[in-house]
Write a protein that binds this ligand. Structure first.
Ligand SMILES: C[C@@](CO)(OP(=O)(O)O)[C@H](O)COP(=O)(O)OP(=O)(O)OC[C@H]1O[C@@H](n2ccc(N)nc2=O)[C@H](O)[C@@H]1O
Ligand SMILES: Nc1ncnc2c1ncn2[C@@H]1O[C@H](COP(=O)(O)OP(=O)(O)O)[C@@H](O)[C@H]1O
Length: 274
């Protein structure tokens, strides 16, 4: 049985306060995008993970796919499976690839073993694996609060735009990014500002991680500037970086960026998969 685990971008991200458990409350919009990993499960004599495509720099036991299987195996008697993961979403990129794999595997295991898990049950397993993991269970554009795990559905239509993701060869760890972030000085009304026309987002929607990450890696700021120079209607870093995305009217040949970054073009229309 096979599924496609898509990435996300953050549109606006405000870090509010640090909680006693070390996590931060935030406001952001999660938006699913059409760049995806491929996951397949087949029967096996023991639990195994076979990764192809982009290499993942940690051992199998730490992989979020194995952790997702083990989380379900605590409550259900699961036969062993071999999980094939073809990795296409860049890692440490602010695109949520690891969280997407875990959430989509939970959905796949529920179908494969006929566990009949409800959306809420799957969200609960997912949120124990990562703050933004449960977003990928419903996988629809949402305004997110809490630690990125409390959702209100919103309607955003970017289907008139071409979306480009530019991933430089820089790995940003999420923990490191939160360690150096300054709390937001913006007012807490991202949910209203996201309803402004996309042409006005440049003046109104900000990612609080940009200041610290751009200071540390000026080349990421350079990517954002270049996207605006080339006519982007809106450009921003996604999550904790290092990917910068841009919304354009037409697809362009971003030769200067392609020389050193991975560049992915897609329609801005969200991926409608469950
Ligand atoms: C920053 C965001 C923005 O969407 O995404 P990415 O850019 O990584 O994709 C998310 O908040 C990432 O969520 P996620 O990647 O699930 O985080 P986790 O694995 O749970 O946490 C990794 C570390 O980040 C910090 N962390 C995470 C989420 C949060 N709301 N506050 C935090 O302070 C904690 O130090 C934690 O130990
Ligand atoms: N299935 C997986 N895919 C990608 N990364 C994974 C996976 N499982 C565990 N990880 C680990 O999670 C970390 C963050 O990965 P990722 O989700 O790609 O980044 P980001 O949070 O920036 O979007 C990496 O250090 C990686 O080693």
């Amino acid at each position: 049985m096979i599924t496609f685990a898509n990435a996300k971008i953050n549109i606006g991200l405000q870090v509010l306060d640090r909680r006693p458990d070390g996590y931060h409350n935030l406001e952001t919009v999660f938006y699913p995008v059409k760049l995806f990993d491929i996951l397949e499960i087949v029967p096996s004599s023991s639990l195994k993970l076979e990764v192809s495509g982009i290499g993942i720099p940690n051992n199998d036991e730490d992989n979020l796919c194995i952790r997702a299987y083990r989380a379900l195996a605590v409550d259900f008697d699961l036969e062993p499976v071999c999980i094939y993961l073809h990795k296409q979403i860049p890692i440490g990129a602010g695109l949520g690839g690891g969280s997407a794999d875990a959430a989509f595997l939970i959905k796949l295991l529920s179908r494969y073993f006929r566990l009949n898990l409800s959306i809420e049950q799957m969200e609960s397993y997912a949120s124990a694996l990562g703050a933004d993991c449960s977003f990928f269970i419903r996988n629809k554009p949402v305004f997110a609060t809490g630690i990125g795990d409390v959702f209100t559905e919103i309607s955003i239509d970017l289907s008139a735009y071409k979306l480009v993701l530019v991933k430089p060869p820089i790995h940003v760890s999420t923990g490191e990014a939160y360690g150096s972030v300054r709390s937001s000085r913006e007012s807490k009304n991202l949910r209203e500002r996201i309803t402004l026309p996309v042409e006005q987002w440049k003046e109104h929607l900000f990612n609080d991680f940009e200041t610290g990450i751009f200071h540390r890696y000026p080349e990421i700021r350079g990517i954002k500037s270049m996207l605006y120079e080339r006519g982007a209607i809106y450009a921003a870093m996604s999550g904790s970086g290092s990917t910068v995305y841009g919304l354009f009217r037409e697809e362009l040949d971003l030769k200067e960026l392609k020389a050193w970054c991975e560049v992915y073009w897609m329609d801005g229309g969200e991926r409608r998969s469950s």
